[in-house]
Design a protein around this ligand. Structure first.
Ligand code: WT7
Length: 655
């Protein structure tokens, strides 16, 4: 009998799933929530006991949202190590329990079950390899890997030695990778030969080689062999992980760091300029990730939990790696895609590993819904207990399908609203405690104080039923601490529009029951298949092309992606529009940013609607892209009103 069968047998002994008591009940939610906002210090001091501190803290909360002096500190005089919390402290009780189930892209390849003991060894080896390559506490390490266990080893190895990781999603281009390596001045990039996904392969090593042409010569490269194919090699710069791991010592002492020591930087798009490096802390972040993972997914001992995100996004950080492992959970890492080899892949994996909690994005649900329920019904999904969604508002049709077809109308759905910046769930149902409504992220998690502000006056709206912009009144432990290298930008982006509040960038509605309904971004950020994209980034990629004079990018409703990327492009004088040029621009954006930024629609625009001072009127462009030009509003301030008629006549999205 393998360790894994013991693991599963134990799990089913504990199971009889429906009989278990949820961690939070309706009554305890109300009581605990009230306590959490009445006395945050006492509440969080007590909750923080779920972590192992090498130096206990005496201070709990020290936060200030005042513009000009924004400062967020939690447990500032305490010390701990994230890897020790996610691995070492479990060894006494669960060394032989599966920590990570790795399900590879190709279903014909066997899954791996990695125990906490094995995880410990692999992370120690990786930590020693990194130290041998010169990585020290506080140094930055970029991780550009497929969804393989080594991605988790690399994250935890950084945490173990106090290095700061910055993961770059494997779908990003060499240019995007280079700007992130340079942005945080990384010493080392960890990559793989190739990333298999959906039966295809991304040449990660070749991409990294291309990126490093634009980086300091001193940056080293550590390569994990995933497919084993031949790659280029630069002696002295490139190092072979698999070879080094054979020799590396599997002991490494976790280095205690201050609670405020950065655990990671993660680049995310904003409404202006280049992506910003969101900085997360060690103590507050881990506490909040662990606590939300346990309560929101009602995670119980022995459960098998699966979040389908990629570790390249914050969801993968908090809810594949840090939250689950801090709780001693079994977390599934999936390398593939929902629709390959066929549209039953997710459900086949759920059946195969007897998944209890399943967490995915609305875009995946919509795509699978379109393939028909036969794909779901082929599999035994009786192990499922909780379903989660994240990334964008879920339309009630998709919610109902998820509930009925996937969940058999017996699994609570947790629609979790949060952001890269928030580190963990802020608005979310708690199974067993908060009744759900299709499309609503319902109520705040403990300690979170959402407010709805009037976008014009900036005043808090006190009526229960209202609509406005969503802000948060006071800090929570996993709040981002700063923008890497640019604290000013942090203050300007999140604390300057609405003084004294954290501004989320989202609009929302609050209903008569006090439930929150996210209505989408109110800034120039769009949400494409749950991926956040700054329209400004796509615009700067387009205008970098020699034939493009000007470009404006907006989102428009897309049946599967949520929002699609709609580009208005003005060509240089003398350049003729053509289908070939359209393809060329699509390809251009893919190589500048990555496949996720590929334009869905390109409209040739002889002119863009501008005010007399030259500002592009995006409101109008959004309306035309939405095919809703009957309601263009006031166009009297336009310099040349006729350009609008041309854009309407030639619009690309016709219902
Ligand atoms: C933006 C944050 C946080 C993990 C994934 C995305 C949108 C996120 C929901 C939800 C409605 C949602 C918001 C938010 N969003 N979750 N449950 N309902 N909208 O992280 O890339 O930082 O994007 O995603 O617009 O601001 P992100």
């Amino acid at each position: 009998m393998t360790m894994d069968t013991i693991d599963r047998a134990d799990a089913s002994a504990i199971a009889g799933h429906s009989a278990r008591t949820p961690h939070v009940t309706a009554e305890s939610y109300r009581e605990l929530y009230a306590a959490s906002v009445a006395d945050p210090e006492a509440f969080w001091a007590e909750q923080a006991q779920r972590l192992e501190w090498s130096t206990p803290f005496t201070k709990v909360k020290n936060t200030d949202f005042t513009l000009g002096q924004v400062s967020i500190k939690w447990f500032e005089d305490g010390q701990l190590n994230v890897a020790a919390n996610c691995i070492d402290r479990h060894l006494e009780t669960r060394a032989d329990q599966t920590a990570i189930i790795f399900e590879p892209d190709d279903p014909a390849t066997e899954a791996q079950h990695i125990t906490y003991r094995e995880l410990h060894r692999s992370v120690c080896r990786m930590a020693n390899i990194m130290e041998d390559l010169g990585v020290r506490k506080g140094d930055r390490v970029v991780i550009y890997l497929p969804m393989i266990p080594e991605a988790a080893y690399a994250m935890l190895a950084c945490a173990r030695i106090g290095a700061i990781h910055s993961i770059v999603f494997a779908g990003f281009s060499p240019d995007a990778l280079a700007s992130r390596i340079n942005g945080c001045d990384a010493k080392l990039v960890i990559t793989a030969d190739h990333a298999p996904r959906g039966g295809r392969k991304t040449p990660l090593k070749a991409n990294t080689d291309a990126a490093l042409l634009h980086c300091k010569d001193s940056v080293k490269l550590l390569m994990v062999r995933r497919t084993g194919e031949q790659t280029s090699w630069i002696d002295g710069r490139d190092f072979d992980y698999n070879e080094l791991a054979l020799e590396a010592d599997d002991h490494s002492e976790p280095v205690p760091v201050d609670a405020e020591h950065p655990l990671f930087v993660l680049y995310t798009s904003g409404s202006t300029g280049q992506p910003k490096g969101v900085v997360h802390s060690t103590g507050g972040y881990l506490l909040f990730a662990a606590m939300t993972h346990e309560m929101v997914f009602d995670y119980h001992e022995g459960d098998v939990y699966w979040c389908t995100a990629d570790v390249g996004w914050v969801t993968g950080h908090s809810y594949i790696v840090y939250g689950p492992l801090a709780n001693g959970a079994t977390t599934l890492m999936f390398e593939g895609v929902p629709t390959w080899p066929d549209a039953g892949r997710f459900w086949q994996v759920c059946e195969k590993h007897k998944v209890n909690q399943f967490y995915t994005a609305p875009t995946a649900i919509r795509a699978l819904m379109g393939q028909g329920k036969e794909w779901v019904e082929k599999y035994d999904l009786s192990s499922l207990r909780i379903l989660g969604t994240v990334g964008e508002p879920i339309n009630p049709e998709a919610w109902n399908w998820y509930n009925e077809v996937v969940g058999g109308s017996r699994c609570p759905i947790v629609d979790t609203w949060w952001q890269t910046e928030t580190g963990g769930h802020l608005l979310t149902p708690l199974p067993g405690a908060i009744d759900t409504k299709p499309g609503s992220a319902t109520l705040p998690f403990f300690g979170v104080q959402p407010v709805v502000l009037d976008p014009h006056t900036g005043e808090e709206i006190h009526e229960t039923e209202c609509e406005g912009v969503l802000c948060i009144k006071d800090s929570w432990p996993a709040q981002m601490r700063t923008v890497w290298g640019d604290h000013d930008r942090f203050e300007k982006t999140y604390f300057s529009d609405y003084k004294g509040y954290y501004f989320s960038g989202d609009g929302c509605r609050r209903d008569a029951d006090g439930y929150y309904w996210i209505t989408g971004r109110v800034d120039d950020v769009i949400n494409v298949s749950g991926h956040r994209m700054g329209t400004a980034e796509v615009e700067s990629a387009l205008v970098a092309h020699a034939k493009v004079a000007e470009a404006a990018v907006v989102g428009y409703p897309h049946p599967i992606k949520g929002q699609g990327i709609y580009c208005y492009v003005t060509l240089m004088n003398g350049v003729e529009p053509s289908d070939e040029l359209c393809k060329e621009l699509e390809k251009w954006v893919r190589t500048e940013i990555g496949p996720i930024a590929k334009p869905d629609l390109i409209q040739w625009a002889p002119g863009l609607p501008k005010t007399r001072s030259g500002k592009i009127m995006r409101r109008i462009l959004r309306k035309i892209a939405e095919d809703d030009f009957g309601a263009l509003g006031d166009t009297s301030t336009l310099a040349e009103p006729a350009v609008v008629d041309d854009l309407i006549d030639n619009r690309m999205n016709r219902a």
